[in-house]
Ligand binder design. Structure first.
Ligand code: MG
Length: 382
Protein backbone atom coordinates (compact mmCIF):
# COMPACT_ATOMS: atom_id res chain seq x y z
CA UNK A 1 0.00 0.00 0.00
CA UNK A 2 1.35 3.39 -0.95
CA UNK A 3 2.20 5.64 1.98
CA UNK A 4 0.29 8.88 1.72
CA UNK A 5 2.46 11.91 1.67
CA UNK A 6 1.67 14.69 4.03
CA UNK A 7 1.53 18.31 2.88
CA UNK A 8 4.65 20.47 3.23
CA UNK A 9 2.88 22.46 5.95
CA UNK A 10 2.03 19.39 8.05
CA UNK A 11 3.83 18.89 11.36
CA UNK A 12 6.28 16.02 10.90
CA UNK A 13 7.35 13.81 13.80
CA UNK A 14 10.96 13.63 12.66
CA UNK A 15 11.12 17.43 12.51
CA UNK A 16 9.61 17.90 15.95
CA UNK A 17 11.02 20.57 18.22
CA UNK A 18 11.42 17.73 20.65
CA UNK A 19 10.73 16.91 24.29
CA UNK A 20 11.91 18.64 27.46
CA UNK A 21 13.84 15.48 28.41
CA UNK A 22 15.70 13.63 25.69
CA UNK A 23 14.60 10.06 25.10
CA UNK A 24 15.55 7.38 22.62
CA UNK A 25 13.31 6.66 19.66
CA UNK A 26 10.69 3.95 19.50
CA UNK A 27 11.05 1.19 16.93
CA UNK A 28 7.41 1.02 16.00
CA UNK A 29 5.83 4.38 16.68
CA UNK A 30 6.64 7.90 15.63
CA UNK A 31 6.91 10.72 18.19
CA UNK A 32 3.31 11.91 17.86
CA UNK A 33 1.96 8.38 18.10
CA UNK A 34 3.93 7.99 21.31
CA UNK A 35 2.42 11.21 22.64
CA UNK A 36 -1.08 9.95 21.85
CA UNK A 37 -0.36 6.64 23.59
CA UNK A 38 1.03 8.37 26.67
CA UNK A 39 -2.11 10.43 26.92
CA UNK A 40 -4.34 7.35 26.63
CA UNK A 41 -2.38 5.60 29.41
CA UNK A 42 -2.45 8.59 31.76
CA UNK A 43 -4.54 8.69 34.94
CA UNK A 44 -6.01 12.06 34.00
CA UNK A 45 -7.35 10.57 30.77
CA UNK A 46 -9.05 7.68 32.57
CA UNK A 47 -10.67 10.05 35.03
CA UNK A 48 -12.40 11.89 32.17
CA UNK A 49 -14.86 8.99 32.18
CA UNK A 50 -16.39 10.29 35.39
CA UNK A 51 -16.29 13.98 34.72
CA UNK A 52 -19.25 16.02 33.62
CA UNK A 53 -19.47 17.52 30.20
CA UNK A 54 -22.80 19.33 30.64
CA UNK A 55 -24.82 16.76 32.55
CA UNK A 56 -23.64 15.54 35.91
CA UNK A 57 -22.24 12.07 35.53
CA UNK A 58 -24.76 10.37 37.79
CA UNK A 59 -27.78 11.80 35.94
CA UNK A 60 -27.68 8.95 33.46
CA UNK A 61 -25.43 6.62 31.54
CA UNK A 62 -26.49 7.87 28.14
CA UNK A 63 -24.96 11.32 28.30
CA UNK A 64 -21.56 12.41 27.10
CA UNK A 65 -18.82 12.54 29.65
CA UNK A 66 -15.52 14.29 29.12
CA UNK A 67 -14.08 10.99 27.94
CA UNK A 68 -16.65 10.25 25.25
CA UNK A 69 -16.57 13.91 24.25
CA UNK A 70 -12.77 13.72 23.81
CA UNK A 71 -13.12 10.60 21.65
CA UNK A 72 -15.72 12.32 19.47
CA UNK A 73 -13.44 15.36 19.13
CA UNK A 74 -10.62 13.04 18.05
CA UNK A 75 -12.84 11.38 15.45
CA UNK A 76 -13.82 14.71 13.92
CA UNK A 77 -10.27 16.05 14.15
CA UNK A 78 -8.79 13.01 12.45
CA UNK A 79 -11.23 13.21 9.55
CA UNK A 80 -10.33 16.86 8.94
CA UNK A 81 -6.59 16.27 9.32
CA UNK A 82 -6.65 13.36 6.89
CA UNK A 83 -8.64 15.30 4.31
CA UNK A 84 -6.19 18.21 4.47
CA UNK A 85 -3.08 15.98 4.38
CA UNK A 86 -1.80 17.16 7.73
CA UNK A 87 -0.70 15.00 10.63
CA UNK A 88 -3.51 12.77 11.85
CA UNK A 89 -1.54 11.34 14.80
CA UNK A 90 -0.69 14.76 16.17
CA UNK A 91 -4.26 15.96 15.72
CA UNK A 92 -5.52 12.89 17.55
CA UNK A 93 -3.08 13.38 20.43
CA UNK A 94 -4.12 17.01 20.88
CA UNK A 95 -7.84 16.16 20.68
CA UNK A 96 -7.57 13.41 23.27
CA UNK A 97 -5.65 15.66 25.66
CA UNK A 98 -7.59 18.87 25.17
CA UNK A 99 -9.85 18.50 28.21
CA UNK A 100 -7.48 16.76 30.65
CA UNK A 101 -7.37 19.80 32.93
CA UNK A 102 -11.10 20.07 33.47
CA UNK A 103 -12.37 20.08 37.03
CA UNK A 104 -15.28 17.92 38.14
CA UNK A 105 -18.76 19.31 37.30
CA UNK A 106 -17.94 20.98 33.99
CA UNK A 107 -17.69 24.74 33.68
CA UNK A 108 -19.41 25.34 37.00
CA UNK A 109 -16.56 23.51 38.73
CA UNK A 110 -13.91 25.43 36.81
CA UNK A 111 -15.51 28.81 37.63
CA UNK A 112 -15.83 27.89 41.30
CA UNK A 113 -12.22 26.75 41.55
CA UNK A 114 -11.01 29.84 39.72
CA UNK A 115 -12.93 31.93 42.24
CA UNK A 116 -11.36 30.07 45.17
CA UNK A 117 -7.94 30.63 43.63
CA UNK A 118 -8.36 34.31 42.83
CA UNK A 119 -5.77 35.41 45.41
CA UNK A 120 -3.42 32.59 44.46
CA UNK A 121 -2.94 33.01 40.72
CA UNK A 122 -6.35 31.73 39.54
CA UNK A 123 -7.31 28.47 37.88
CA UNK A 124 -7.73 27.89 34.18
CA UNK A 125 -8.59 24.43 32.83
CA UNK A 126 -6.62 24.86 29.64
CA UNK A 127 -3.44 25.77 31.46
CA UNK A 128 -4.19 22.93 33.86
CA UNK A 129 -4.18 20.45 30.93
CA UNK A 130 -0.64 21.55 30.19
CA UNK A 131 0.30 21.35 33.86
CA UNK A 132 -0.93 17.75 33.96
CA UNK A 133 1.11 16.60 30.97
CA UNK A 134 4.17 18.65 31.99
CA UNK A 135 4.21 18.09 35.73
CA UNK A 136 1.44 16.29 37.51
CA UNK A 137 1.28 12.85 35.91
CA UNK A 138 3.65 10.48 37.71
CA UNK A 139 4.44 7.68 35.30
CA UNK A 140 8.09 7.79 34.37
CA UNK A 141 11.14 7.28 36.50
CA UNK A 142 13.25 9.81 34.62
CA UNK A 143 11.00 12.83 34.45
CA UNK A 144 7.79 14.41 35.75
CA UNK A 145 4.67 14.46 33.59
CA UNK A 146 4.43 12.76 30.21
CA UNK A 147 7.32 14.58 28.53
CA UNK A 148 5.28 15.24 25.37
CA UNK A 149 6.65 16.85 22.23
CA UNK A 150 6.52 20.60 21.76
CA UNK A 151 3.88 20.20 19.03
CA UNK A 152 1.40 18.32 21.21
CA UNK A 153 1.91 20.79 24.07
CA UNK A 154 1.47 23.69 21.64
CA UNK A 155 -1.90 22.25 20.62
CA UNK A 156 -3.03 21.59 24.18
CA UNK A 157 -2.46 25.21 25.16
CA UNK A 158 -5.40 26.68 23.30
CA UNK A 159 -5.56 30.03 25.03
CA UNK A 160 -3.42 31.74 27.58
CA UNK A 161 -3.27 35.16 29.22
CA UNK A 162 -0.25 37.31 28.42
CA UNK A 163 0.81 37.11 32.06
CA UNK A 164 0.81 33.32 32.08
CA UNK A 165 2.36 33.18 28.60
CA UNK A 166 5.41 35.06 29.86
CA UNK A 167 6.27 32.15 32.13
CA UNK A 168 6.02 29.51 29.40
CA UNK A 169 9.11 30.15 27.29
CA UNK A 170 8.80 29.42 23.56
CA UNK A 171 5.37 27.86 24.03
CA UNK A 172 3.96 31.14 25.35
CA UNK A 173 5.39 33.29 22.55
CA UNK A 174 2.43 32.96 20.20
CA UNK A 175 0.09 34.52 22.77
CA UNK A 176 2.41 37.49 23.06
CA UNK A 177 3.00 37.85 19.33
CA UNK A 178 -0.62 36.88 18.53
CA UNK A 179 0.43 34.15 16.11
CA UNK A 180 -1.26 30.87 15.30
CA UNK A 181 -0.33 27.31 16.20
CA UNK A 182 0.08 24.42 13.71
CA UNK A 183 -2.89 23.42 11.54
CA UNK A 184 -3.19 20.25 13.62
CA UNK A 185 -3.78 22.40 16.71
CA UNK A 186 -6.24 24.64 14.86
CA UNK A 187 -8.14 21.55 13.71
CA UNK A 188 -8.35 20.13 17.24
CA UNK A 189 -9.70 23.43 18.49
CA UNK A 190 -12.51 23.62 15.96
CA UNK A 191 -13.27 19.88 16.19
CA UNK A 192 -14.00 20.50 19.88
CA UNK A 193 -16.60 23.13 19.03
CA UNK A 194 -18.23 21.02 16.33
CA UNK A 195 -18.40 18.03 18.67
CA UNK A 196 -19.93 19.77 21.66
CA UNK A 197 -22.40 21.88 19.70
CA UNK A 198 -23.82 18.78 18.11
CA UNK A 199 -23.68 16.35 20.99
CA UNK A 200 -25.15 18.88 23.39
CA UNK A 201 -28.16 19.04 21.09
CA UNK A 202 -28.38 15.26 21.20
CA UNK A 203 -27.97 15.08 24.99
CA UNK A 204 -30.24 18.08 25.60
CA UNK A 205 -33.04 16.52 23.58
CA UNK A 206 -32.56 13.17 25.26
CA UNK A 207 -32.72 14.80 28.69
CA UNK A 208 -35.90 16.64 27.68
CA UNK A 209 -34.25 19.94 28.53
CA UNK A 210 -34.47 20.92 24.89
CA UNK A 211 -37.26 20.33 22.47
CA UNK A 212 -36.92 20.12 18.76
CA UNK A 213 -39.22 23.10 18.19
CA UNK A 214 -37.01 25.46 20.19
CA UNK A 215 -34.02 24.25 18.17
CA UNK A 216 -35.76 24.86 14.86
CA UNK A 217 -34.90 28.54 15.37
CA UNK A 218 -31.59 27.38 13.91
CA UNK A 219 -31.66 27.21 10.12
CA UNK A 220 -29.36 24.18 10.32
CA UNK A 221 -31.72 22.23 12.51
CA UNK A 222 -34.77 23.42 10.61
CA UNK A 223 -33.52 22.42 7.15
CA UNK A 224 -32.23 19.06 8.33
CA UNK A 225 -35.40 18.40 10.30
CA UNK A 226 -37.53 19.09 7.22
CA UNK A 227 -35.39 16.86 5.05
CA UNK A 228 -35.50 14.00 7.51
CA UNK A 229 -39.24 14.04 8.18
CA UNK A 230 -39.93 14.40 4.48
CA UNK A 231 -37.78 11.44 3.55
CA UNK A 232 -38.99 9.13 6.33
CA UNK A 233 -42.62 9.55 7.26
CA UNK A 234 -42.84 7.39 10.39
CA UNK A 235 -39.50 7.88 12.01
CA UNK A 236 -39.43 7.77 15.81
CA UNK A 237 -38.10 10.71 17.77
CA UNK A 238 -34.78 9.05 18.58
CA UNK A 239 -33.99 8.38 14.94
CA UNK A 240 -35.05 11.88 13.91
CA UNK A 241 -32.69 13.30 16.52
CA UNK A 242 -29.78 11.16 15.43
CA UNK A 243 -30.37 11.76 11.72
CA UNK A 244 -30.38 15.53 12.29
CA UNK A 245 -27.20 15.49 14.38
CA UNK A 246 -25.23 13.24 12.05
CA UNK A 247 -26.25 15.31 9.04
CA UNK A 248 -25.24 18.52 10.74
CA UNK A 249 -21.82 17.16 11.72
CA UNK A 250 -21.24 15.89 8.20
CA UNK A 251 -22.31 19.20 6.67
CA UNK A 252 -20.19 21.36 8.98
CA UNK A 253 -17.12 19.14 8.68
CA UNK A 254 -17.37 19.02 4.87
CA UNK A 255 -17.83 22.79 4.71
CA UNK A 256 -14.83 23.27 6.99
CA UNK A 257 -12.63 20.98 4.91
CA UNK A 258 -13.53 22.70 1.64
CA UNK A 259 -13.19 26.23 2.98
CA UNK A 260 -9.88 25.45 4.67
CA UNK A 261 -8.57 23.76 1.53
CA UNK A 262 -9.32 26.94 -0.47
CA UNK A 263 -7.71 29.15 2.16
CA UNK A 264 -4.59 26.98 2.30
CA UNK A 265 -4.49 27.05 -1.52
CA UNK A 266 -4.57 30.84 -1.48
CA UNK A 267 -2.02 31.31 1.28
CA UNK A 268 0.27 28.46 0.11
CA UNK A 269 2.12 27.92 3.37
CA UNK A 270 5.53 26.36 2.73
CA UNK A 271 6.01 24.80 6.16
CA UNK A 272 4.52 24.40 9.60
CA UNK A 273 6.51 27.47 10.66
CA UNK A 274 4.89 29.60 7.98
CA UNK A 275 1.53 28.53 9.46
CA UNK A 276 2.78 29.64 12.87
CA UNK A 277 3.85 33.02 11.52
CA UNK A 278 0.45 33.62 10.03
CA UNK A 279 -1.84 35.91 12.01
CA UNK A 280 -4.97 34.34 10.48
CA UNK A 281 -6.43 30.93 11.10
CA UNK A 282 -6.43 28.78 7.96
CA UNK A 283 -8.90 26.30 9.41
CA UNK A 284 -12.25 27.91 8.91
CA UNK A 285 -15.86 27.30 8.01
CA UNK A 286 -17.49 29.34 5.25
CA UNK A 287 -19.01 32.58 6.52
CA UNK A 288 -22.59 31.33 6.28
CA UNK A 289 -21.80 28.08 8.08
CA UNK A 290 -19.82 29.85 10.77
CA UNK A 291 -22.72 32.22 11.33
CA UNK A 292 -25.15 29.34 11.69
CA UNK A 293 -22.76 27.43 13.92
CA UNK A 294 -22.48 30.45 16.22
CA UNK A 295 -26.23 30.85 16.15
CA UNK A 296 -26.55 27.26 17.31
CA UNK A 297 -24.20 28.04 20.20
CA UNK A 298 -26.40 30.98 21.16
CA UNK A 299 -29.54 28.85 21.07
CA UNK A 300 -27.85 26.21 23.21
CA UNK A 301 -26.69 28.81 25.71
CA UNK A 302 -30.18 30.22 26.06
CA UNK A 303 -32.08 26.92 26.14
CA UNK A 304 -29.66 24.40 27.62
CA UNK A 305 -26.65 25.86 29.44
CA UNK A 306 -28.91 28.35 31.23
CA UNK A 307 -31.74 25.91 31.81
CA UNK A 308 -32.88 26.06 35.44
CA UNK A 309 -32.11 22.38 35.96
CA UNK A 310 -28.56 22.86 34.65
CA UNK A 311 -28.26 26.04 36.75
CA UNK A 312 -29.32 24.18 39.87
CA UNK A 313 -26.72 21.51 39.19
CA UNK A 314 -24.11 24.21 38.62
CA UNK A 315 -24.89 25.87 41.94
CA UNK A 316 -24.55 22.59 43.82
CA UNK A 317 -21.34 21.84 41.98
CA UNK A 318 -19.92 25.26 42.82
CA UNK A 319 -20.80 24.80 46.48
CA UNK A 320 -19.11 21.39 46.60
CA UNK A 321 -15.90 22.74 45.07
CA UNK A 322 -15.88 25.78 47.34
CA UNK A 323 -16.53 23.68 50.42
CA UNK A 324 -13.71 21.28 49.59
CA UNK A 325 -11.25 24.05 48.81
CA UNK A 326 -11.96 25.94 52.03
CA UNK A 327 -11.90 22.90 54.29
CA UNK A 328 -8.64 21.61 52.82
CA UNK A 329 -7.10 25.07 53.24
CA UNK A 330 -8.24 25.34 56.88
CA UNK A 331 -7.85 21.69 57.86
CA UNK A 332 -5.36 19.94 55.57
CA UNK A 333 -5.76 16.85 57.74
CA UNK A 334 -8.72 15.99 55.50
CA UNK A 335 -6.40 15.64 52.50
CA UNK A 336 -4.57 12.42 51.64
CA UNK A 337 -1.65 11.64 53.95
CA UNK A 338 0.78 12.38 51.17
CA UNK A 339 -0.66 15.82 50.42
CA UNK A 340 -1.15 16.59 54.10
CA UNK A 341 2.54 15.96 54.71
CA UNK A 342 3.53 18.07 51.73
CA UNK A 343 1.37 20.95 52.89
CA UNK A 344 2.33 20.75 56.55
CA UNK A 345 5.91 20.98 55.49
CA UNK A 346 5.14 23.97 53.31
CA UNK A 347 2.97 25.81 55.81
CA UNK A 348 5.97 25.97 58.11
CA UNK A 349 7.40 28.37 55.57
CA UNK A 350 3.97 30.03 55.28
CA UNK A 351 3.69 29.51 51.56
CA UNK A 352 -0.08 29.89 51.20
CA UNK A 353 0.15 30.20 47.44
CA UNK A 354 1.87 26.87 47.04
CA UNK A 355 -0.56 25.25 49.45
CA UNK A 356 -3.54 26.60 47.47
CA UNK A 357 -2.04 25.30 44.21
CA UNK A 358 -1.55 21.82 45.64
CA UNK A 359 -5.18 21.81 46.76
CA UNK A 360 -6.41 23.16 43.42
CA UNK A 361 -4.47 20.43 41.58
CA UNK A 362 -6.04 17.85 43.86
CA UNK A 363 -9.60 19.14 43.42
CA UNK A 364 -9.19 19.62 39.66
CA UNK A 365 -8.12 16.00 39.33
CA UNK A 366 -11.23 14.69 41.07
CA UNK A 367 -14.06 12.97 39.26
CA UNK A 368 -17.59 14.20 39.98
CA UNK A 369 -18.38 11.22 42.15
CA UNK A 370 -15.13 11.42 44.11
CA UNK A 371 -15.73 15.12 44.83
CA UNK A 372 -19.22 14.28 46.09
CA UNK A 373 -17.99 11.43 48.25
CA UNK A 374 -15.26 13.66 49.70
CA UNK A 375 -17.89 16.28 50.50
CA UNK A 376 -19.99 13.65 52.26
CA UNK A 377 -17.06 12.12 54.13
CA UNK A 378 -15.77 15.44 55.41
CA UNK A 379 -19.11 17.01 56.28
CA UNK A 380 -20.04 13.91 58.29
CA UNK A 381 -16.71 13.75 60.14
CA UNK A 382 -16.00 17.37 60.79
MG1 MG B 1 -13.79 20.00 24.89
Amino acid sequence: MAVRELATFAALPNESKGRAYNEGQSNYRNEFQRDRDRIIHSSAFRRLEYKTQVFVNHEGDMFRTRLTHSIEVAQIGRTIARALDVNEDLTEAICLAHDLGHTPFGHAGQDALNNCMKDFGGFEHNLQSLRIVDLLEERYADFPGLNLTYETREGILKHCSKKNALGLGELGQRFIKKNKPSLEAQIANIADEIAYNNHDIDDGLRANLLNIDSLRESKFVESNYREVVKKWKDLNERKIRHEIVRRMIDYIVSDLIETSRDLIGKYKPASVDSIRECSKSLIKMSQTTEKEHNNLKKILRKNLYQHEQVNLMSQQAAETVKYLFNIYMEQPIFLTDELHMKITKDSQIKDEQRKARIIADYIAGMTDRFALSEYKRISENK
